[in-house]
Design a binder for this molecule. Structure first.
Ligand code: ZN
Length: 221
């Protein structure tokens, strides 16, 4: 999960009485704020997207602040109306990225570990958030979930493998200085919040005793 800044004004379609939240201006604004990523699984530019009602029980469920960008798989197949107490990535007071630990998979079909970060206190919000993100990456209770889980894990692994190759170059004492500099810039680029699966990449750096002091401060948003 990544932190979100809701820094665009309420779209015009939500100001009229009908509040049509599926109008293009709403989708385009959400796409921008969420960097084209599902806020639950962080897949980038999913071909099937949904305007998510963050709290489905909210009487003002179509208000701008309750609308989030999600892939259809997370929105309809996994979350539905069942998780209405998630950590809020758009709450400026909540650093959702640092509260939820994402462990990168070592192979394309490894179980993915989503857990509380070391200092994260227990709460209803953290429990629900962990459960839902775990569902996104690990649930195989139906044929659809099992196959789509496999697709998703392969995408995560592919991104992480790309990052690992740059880390390997940066760490290797045989890498020429200019190549090492290039690898450093590439790693900094991968730490941007708009990267696909950014939470996995960022935790990869934070969990490493040598990489964290060098690159940790590039994790900003
Ligand atoms: Zn998703």
């Amino acid at each position: 999960m990544f932190n979100v800044k809701r820094d665009v004004p309420t779209p015009e379609s939500l100001k009229s009485a009908g509040k049509n939240y599926n109008n293009p201006d709403v989708l385009e604004a959400l796409n921008k704020i969420f960097h084209s990523k599902c806020y639950i699984c962080e897949i980038k530019e999913p071909t099937s997207i949904a305007v998510e009602h963050f709290n489905a029980d909210n009487p003002n469920r179509t208000d701008w602040e309750n609308l989030y960008f999600a892939c259809t798989r997370c929105n309809s197949n996994l979350k539905g109306n069942r998780y209405n107490n998630l950590l809020d990535p758009a709450d400026p007071e909540t650093d959702v990225f640092r509260l939820v630990h994402h462990r990168a998979p070592s192979t394309p079909n490894t179980e993915i570990t989503i857990s509380k970060a070391t200092d994260t206190p227990d709460s209803k919000e953290i429990s629900e958030t962990l459960e839902l993100i775990n569902l996104a990456f690990n649930d195989a209770s139906t044929g659809n979930r099992s196959v789509s889980r496999s697709f998703l894990r392969k995408k995560v692994f592919k991104v992480l493998a790309k990052v690992s190759r740059e880390i390997e170059k940066w760490c290797d004492e045989d890498t020429p200085r200019h190549k090492k500099k290039e690898a450093e810039q590439q790693i900094i680029h991968f730490l941007r919040v708009d990267q696909e699966f950014s939470a996995f990449i960022r935790w990869l750096i934070l969990d490493d005793l040598e990489l964290q002091p060098v690159f940790g401060h590039y994790i900003e948003d």
